[in-house]
Design a protein around this ligand. Structure first.
Ligand code: BG6
Length: 301
């Protein structure tokens, strides 16, 4: 659909318009009385989220590359229908294909509380069917208000069950990684992916002083990103999510990736709401599975 068709069907004054964004990607530009957000139709990728009068909550690399078919460094990439490397075929893209293919806009709505609601649906093609030969649909529902609420909805429309891995791979904007800690995962087992894959147990809050790449398993609580630099706490509240991934590439890995920029890793942390590794989900015929995350920022005394 062209940008003018999108605007004709889905623009709402005081809430959302569609335009050409960086790299020629079509974006939904949301601006209401509560917050602003930019969402690329490629990947249904939330690139920014900034509540009114606050620092951005979501981090987007200043060196992000925007191009058709390439994942954007920052925002909320959607990992679907698998997380990390594919279980049996190493030639398939890491974290699945949802983040790099086109999604349609299905609905936009102004909410009674002043938030803006948008619903996107992944566009199936021969290429997606070749990588995921299961009868299914996947939609992303986004509410942009004083909090950002994201719901990834997978439906099994076929006659066989399938096994799904997924993550809302959110990059958070923080003042400095040295001034940040994450609580809510104390006592959880995790797979430490740095230098092998060892199973460990989290003791105390998470402090990041070197590369961190961990999949926490069988989780349930809210996670709090406490940022003493910005004097704020970002709450990550998940539903139907049994894993959490915490990632910061640190200096060497970030340099190799080429889209973080110098010291880029200092201003971000990924805390991902996920179902991964032993927490993958079986979706039965006719069933719907809904992965939900709500991100809100609170001032710290
Ligand atoms: C994290 C993984 O979820 O994503 C890391 O645990 C990975 O291992 C990171 O490096 C970034 O992945 P990508 O594919 O976006 O560079």
């Amino acid at each position: 659909m062209s940008i003018s068709d999108l605007n004709q069907r889905f623009a709402i004054s005081g809430h959302v318009t569609f335009k050409e964004g960086p790299g020629g990607l079509t974006v939904a530009e949301v601006a209401n009385g509560l917050a602003a957000s930019t969402i690329a139709l490629q990947g249904a990728h939330i690139m920014t989220f900034t509540p009114r009068g606050q620092e951005p909550v979501v981090w987007l690399s200043k060196f992000a590359k925007f191009a058709p078919g390439k994942s954007i460094r920052g925002g909320v990439p959607i990992c679907w229908p698998w997380f990390g490397p594919h279980a049996t075929d190493a030639s398939l893209p890491g974290h699945g294909f949802a983040r790099t293919v086109m999604w349609d806009v299905l609905e936009t709505r102004a909410m009674a509380d002043g938030a803006t609601f948008l619903r996107f649906g992944l566009v199936e093609t021969d290429a997606t069917r070749a990588q995921w030969p299961h009868a299914s649909t996947v939609q992303l529902e986004v509410s942009v208000g004083s909090a950002l609420r994201v719901e990834l909805v997978t439906r099994n429309t076929g006659k066989e069950s399938f096994v799904l891995g997924e993550a809302l791979h959110t990059y958070f904007h923080i003042s400095d990684v040295a001034k940040m800690k994450i609580s809510g995962l104390e006592g959880c087992d995790y797979l430490d992916k740095v230098g092998g894959t060892a199973r460990k147990t989290q003791e105390g809050a998470i402090v990041i002083e070197s590369e961190v790449d961990r999949v926490y398993l069988n989780t349930s609580a809210d996670y709090l990103i406490e940022d003493s630099g910005f004097k704020r706490r970002i709450r990550v509240a998940g539903q139907n999510a049994r894993s959490a991934v915490v990632w910061n590439p640190w200096v060497e890995k970030a340099d190799k990736m080429g889209d973080f920029g110098p010291e880029g890793h200092r201003g971000m942390v990924c805390v991902e709401t996920a179902n991964a590794v032993e927490n993958v989900v079986t979706v039965k015929p006719g069933e719907e599975h809904r992965l939900v995350a709500t991100y809100s920022a609170e001032t710290m005394a």
